[in-house]
Ligand binder design. Structure first.
Ligand SMILES: *Cc1c(COP(=O)(O)O)cnc(C)c1O
Length: 227
């Protein structure tokens, strides 16, 4: 995977050090995720709150070093906000003001602010199961995050819509990233690219890629896109 990212960076004239690889272990046992961590992939991603919380604890006991950074990348219900703030460093899927409020309240108990990304829905025919804010509402959602105390606004995220050219979707995401950085200059993270489209994402400017299948092999379908 590092070689694939390096090749994509070479093709795009970018430095691989700019790209954070997030290993998405959803549907995989803690032991498999611990093996990846032992190889030095310290950024780990999950998309279901309960599975993630349990796995974060199990991985920490199986593989205490290096210490993992957990990314929550799935649709999040408000009543799971507390669970997620207990283990996650970054939540990629903030897409509505009510979730901002719930995460802020839950993050008040943390030592450090919870880093958040705003997830954009770039589908011409929005799919509510995939989540994401309508790009028209990006600035007001950003303001909602900036108004609260315990969240740090770090950037944008998207999942390329099906049936749309991924590169075009990622170019749009980069445009919205610039809109966001005009509001909050430190919100530089661009989370885009999965096993099937990470080259397109890196070429467009992604800083974080979220890779499951290409690292762990195929999952059972039931774990897709739900929390
Ligand atoms: C599952 C998932 C990924 C990883 O997908 P792969 O195609 O297995 O690499 C990335 N991002 C999100 C939001 C996901 O749910």
């Amino acid at each position: 995977m590092r070689a694939r990212i390096a090749a994509a960076c070479a093709a795009a004239d970018r430095d691989p050090a700019e790209i954070t690889l997030i290993a998405v272990g959803k549907g995989m046992a803690a032991g498999r995720v611990a093996e990846i961590l032992a190889l030095g992939v310290t950024d780990l991603g999950e998309n279901k709150a309960q599975e993630a919380a349990t796995k974060a604890a199990d991985v920490a006991s199986l593989q205490p070093e290096p210490v993992a950074r957990w990314h929550f990348i799935g649709q999040l219900q408000r009543n799971k906000a507390r669970l997620v703030t207990e283990f996650a460093s970054m939540v990629h899927s903030v897409d509505r003001p009510t979730l901002v409020v719930a995460l802020d309240r839950a993050a008040a108990a943390r030592r450090r602010p919870l880093e958040v990304l705003l997830q954009l829905d770039l589908d011409p025919e929005p799919d509510p199961t995939r989540g994401g804010v309508d790009p028209q509402d990006l600035a007001s959602l950003a303001d909602a995050v900036l108004r609260v105390e315990h969240l740090a606004l770090r950037g944008v995220m998207t999942v390329a819509p099906q049936g749309v050219d991924a590169r075009r979707a990622f170019d749009r995401l980069v445009g919205y990233s610039q809109v966001l950085q005009a509001i909050q200059p430190s919100a530089t993270v661009i989370s885009a690219g999965m096993s099937g489209d990470l080259e397109a994402a890196i070429s467009a400017g992604a800083t974080h890629v979220r890779v499951g299948t290409a690292l762990f092999g195929a999952r059972k379908l039931a774990s897709e896109h739900r929390s």
